[in-house]
Ligand binder design. Sequence first.
Ligand SMILES: C[S@@+](CC[C@H](N)C(=O)[O-])C[C@H]1O[C@@H](n2cnc3c(N)ncnc32)[C@H](O)[C@@H]1O
Length: 237
Amino acid sequence: MERDPQTHWLETETALHYARAAVRVGIWASERVLIERHFSKPHRILELGCGGGRVALGLLQSGYSHVIATDFSPIMVSLARAVLADHDEAWEKIVEQQDATALTYPDASFDGAIYAFNGLMCLPSRTHRLAALRSIHRVLKPGGVLLFTAADREKGAYAAYRAKEAEPDDGIPGDRWHESDTSPVFMHSSTEVETRGELSETGFTVIECPLSTEVAADGPLVRQFAGETRFFVARKS
Ligand SMILES: C[S@@+](CC[C@H](N)C(=O)[O-])C[C@H]1O[C@@H](n2cnc3c(N)ncnc32)[C@H](O)[C@@H]1O
């Protein structure tokens, strides 16, 4: 039977997993380094695929007060609101339901965008990834910065794991269904060349794209939650 890549994100158990991560895992050391390097406190920042509010909570607690956190999944939006409101009631208002591939904000509304923890790579296809990148590009101001991660299937710790796996489920290199604590999750793992190509095609210039382990030593909870991934920081050309 055909599996729907979006189903996983609509399940309560999945959303609870990400809400717990917001509280227990928090923002990664590597994320913090790159966020502080590329975003300043007055920046208006849009978060895509915010899950349980993990990055939004870290941003707000660090003094980034102009943040809008979005997710397409109603249950993720509800739990992110609950997590943020638990820290400050005013913060629940910053969470909005948005599909990253079809954002409804006006052109050039944000200085920065964050699509954390391989969220872009959880979209169902290359066509969806390009639609999301174009949509993000549209709502960024000229020179605005996008930060996201993509699991690398060629380099780093993840590559060894990938090499042991069989052929892709659908013939597209990097497309795969993975077991998770809840239902199977679809994720595309990319190569640096491939993601650079998608960024260039959608009007972004890469500023840097280090593996997370090259940025900072993330703690054991982060390594268990996320493993190693590759950051991409790109500027709207
Ligand atoms: C791997 S989780 C990451 C969650 C969170 N950013 C974190 O780091 O904990 C991917 C997130 O992307 C969301 N997502 C999936 N498809 C989406 C879409 N089309 N638009 C916006 N969010 C989407 C999921 O609901 C989920 O919350």
